[in-house]
Ligand binder design. Structure first.
Ligand SMILES: NC(=O)c1ccc[n+]([C@@H]2O[C@H](COP(=O)([O-])OP(=O)(O)OC[C@H]3O[C@@H](n4cnc5c(N)ncnc54)[C@H](O)[C@@H]3O)[C@@H](O)[C@H]2O)c1
Ligand SMILES: [Zn+2]
Length: 382
């Protein structure tokens, strides 16, 4: 574990924030005693999507069997549409039929879709049972499994129906990433890089230096990047659980732009992390134009974001070819706006973000989008 140039600064003195996060390979070794330590029964509903069931189902269920668990298995299609009330309703039925009661818990095995849906079901079933997250995407390991926000989608908007229901345990095993498509790894990497931008300059430098090592799943870089990201998120969430102080909102760096892009892409053609990567480029320019971020920091930030790769033609179709005014309109219609005002998370420097309370002139937002456009047009790889 040599060559890691940073420490878990400011996080070691907050053990309660991270005590529920276990990182290791195989993370399920000793799962029975781990559940016991955390006050969880060995009666578990295991929720997979079709992909995670096929890839890891047998091994996980065998392990639970060996450790003396009573389990009930549930599987949903591997798509965003599974985060729906109809899917939840069907799963409640299977659980009632299997006599699952309040003495049970739910283990969600998958990416953010399974994590959000599993959390939603756990929060509501019999007025709430514990949820345990076993994330299998980079995004889920570093972001969606942590922080207790669980939700399903409504036809009128994403993540509109949900709860705050924190996981009792988050079991992270980076080895699951070996089967994850590269596009999904980039998408998760966007959130990892975001943590460097918003809260930790040494981590930013580490990511800059080891970007390709992490993308190639090289250890110890991969595990360190995951741990650090997960701990930053847990720390931020603990300090501002219900998003009252503006701190938790800094996790939305790049997201005001991203949500508009995702909406225009009908939440189908762009991965969330891809939209966030583009959004962070625009947010860097905006931070610079408003006088918060100096030129050298802007350039360092852009150089890191330059390393991301997208499927051929995607950025052109989903960003470069889109009218800026249309994007602005989509951003304004996003649910996270307050008083019809666009809210932006900006950088003061690399490693320090804040939520800007004042509204930003539309012309400056448009200018930042246009500069983002120029940035991506310069990139032949797109
Ligand atoms: N709750 C939160 O705080 C929060 C935060 C961010 C995102 N989210 C939600 O997360 C969801 C996106 O999550 P995601 O990006 O993990 O997508 P996902 O769950 O759709 O997973 C992406 C794809 O990878 C597959 N997969 C998962 N693990 C795999 C593995 N190890 N090997 C091979 N394939 C694997 C899945 O089956 C799926 O096809 C969205 O619904 C979003 O709203 C929630
Ligand atoms: Zn995000």
């Amino acid at each position: 574990m040599c060559g890691i140039p940073w420490q878990l600064s400011g996080i070691n003195n907050k053990p309660e924030a991270v005590s529920k996060i276990i990182v290791g390979t195989p993370v399920l070794a000793g799962v029975g005693s781990l559940f016991k330590t955390h006050g969880l029964s060995k009666k578990t509903v295991v929720l997979f999507d079709e992909h995670t069931r096929k890839l890891y189902g047998e091994t996980i269920l065998q392990k639970l069997h060996d450790e003396g668990f009573q389990y009930q298995e549930l599987v949903v299609p591997a798509r965003e549409a599974s985060k729906s009330f109809s899917a939840a309703y069907r799963l409640y039925g299977s659980m009632i039929e299997a006599d699952v009661d309040r003495s049970w818990n739910l283990l969600a095995v998958g990416g953010g879709v399974v994590g959000d849906l599993g959390g939603f079901i756990a929060a509501s079933y019999f007025r709430g049972i514990p949820v345990i997250q076993l994330p299998t995407t980079l995004l889920a390991m570093t972001d969606s499994s942590i922080g207790g926000k669980v939700a399903i989608n409504h036809p009128l908007g994403k993540n509109l129906i949900g709860f705050f229901h924190e996981a009792e345990l988050i079991m992270i095993d980076p080895a699951y990433l070996a089967t994850l498509p590269r596009r999904e790894i980039y998408a998760g990497m966007a959130e990892v890089v975001k943590y460097g931008f918003i809260s930790d300059e040494p981590f930013f430098s580490f990511l800059d230096l080891h970007f390709s090592d992490i993308m190639n799943l090289q250890e110890p870089f991969l595990t360190e990047a995951i741990k650090k990201s997960a701990f930053i998120k847990a720390d931020v969430v603990e300090k501002d659980f219900r998003e009252t102080s503006g701190l938790r909102a800094t996790l939305n760096f790049g997201h005001t732009f991203a949500h508009g892009l995702e909406k225009l892409a009908e939440y189908r053609y762009l991965r969330h992390g891809e939209a966030v990567t583009i959004g962070m480029v625009c947010a860097l320019f905006l931070s610079h134009h408003l006088g918060y971020l100096d030129q050298p920091s802007l350039e360092r930030g852009l150089a890191l974001l330059q390393k991301f790769r997208f499927p051929k033609g995607l950025v052109k179709r989903r960003f470069l070819d889109i009218d800026s005014a249309l994007l602005l309109e989509a951003m304004l219609s996003d649910k996270k706006k307050l008083d019809k005002k666009l809210r932006f998370v900006l950088l003061k420097k690399l490693g320090e973000a804040f939520l800007l309370e004042e509204s930003v002139e539309e012309s400056l937002v448009l200018k930042s989008i246009d500069e983002g456009r120029r940035f991506f047009s310069r990139k032949p790889a797109h």
